[in-house]
Design a protein around this ligand. Structure first.
Ligand SMILES: Cc1cc2nc3c(=O)[nH]c(=O)nc-3n(C[C@H](O)[C@H](O)[C@H](O)COP(=O)(O)OP(=O)(O)OC[C@H]3O[C@@H](n4cnc5c(N)ncnc54)[C@H](O)[C@@H]3O)c2cc1C
Length: 198
């Protein structure tokens, strides 16, 4: 006979939120911690690079502004993208199994706004201005971005309100200007980086 501890039988909160669609407020009650606003206000002070994550394939053409993007490892070359499960693009990426992460340059704050839903343009309209091309997967990359990483999705996991996509990098494109300034987001505003004096 095997014995089980309470922790072994109890699903994690992330599992519970996913399996029974528990709202965030109920998860907060089950495991009190900081509030959503405290979490957001703290992270609003962190600097993040602004990207547009695109996809194309059987699910259609789509793209959305994302700052929750990070490098995971170089062997194999892997990045992660965190995307709200309510976002239309989330479902399209799950159908296409490919995505391209475009790190925007400081001249592209308008592109960031558009792909964040400002102006409520359709997906084809979002790609009708600017220089968009493709690399290995068919997901669009912006020729005006500082870097583009073209990827195949290898895993998607659900964590509370968001999907976390792990994606293998199949091709890269860097802008011809080596020192093109990046677009970053901090204190709920766009900015760019400058070298420090020392
Ligand atoms: C700096 C910054 C960073 C951000 N970082 C992140 C992040 O890391 N992760 C994250 O999840 N969000 C992030 N966001 C939010 C994100 O960019 C969007 O604002 C959010 O997902 C809402 O997108 P949306 O307005 O396109 O709405 P959605 O409801 O997702 O999409 C609406 C659009 O989808 C299209 N559409 C909808 N249904 C269909 C259909 N059936 N057929 C064809 N087209 C359809 C239409 O064009 C429509 O306008 C960030 C925003 C900013 C400004």
């Amino acid at each position: 006979m095997t014995s089980q501890t309470a922790n072994e039988t109890r699903p994690s909160l992330a599992q519970a939120a996913d399996e029974s669609k528990l709202p965030t407020a109920l998860c907060d009650l089950l495991e009190p911690g900081i509030s959503v606003s405290e979490f957001r206000d703290a992270l609003a002070r962190a600097v993040t690079a602004v990207t547009v994550v695109t996809t194309n394939g059987p699910g259609g053409l789509a793209g959305v502004t994302c700052s929750a993007v990070a490098s995971v490892c170089d062997t194999p070359p892997t990045v992660l993208v965190c995307m709200n499960r309510r976002s239309y693009v989330n479902g399209v990426i799950k159908q296409n199994d490919v995505l391209c992460v475009n790190w925007l340059s400081s001249q592209q704050s308008g592109v960031s706004d558009m792909f964040a839903g400002v102006g409520k343009l359709s997906m084809p309209e979002r790609f009708s201005s600017g220089r968009w091309h493709t690399l290995a997967t068919g997901a669009p990359y912006s020729a005006d971005a500082t870097i583009a990483l073209d990827c195949r999705v290898v895993e998607a996991m659900e964590v509370g309100t968001h999907s976390v996509f792990l994606a293998r990098v199949l091709a890269t494109k860097t802008h011809e200007e080596e020192h093109r300034d990046p677009l970053v987001y901090c204190r709920r505003s766009y900015a760019t980086t400058r070298p420090t004096a020392h």
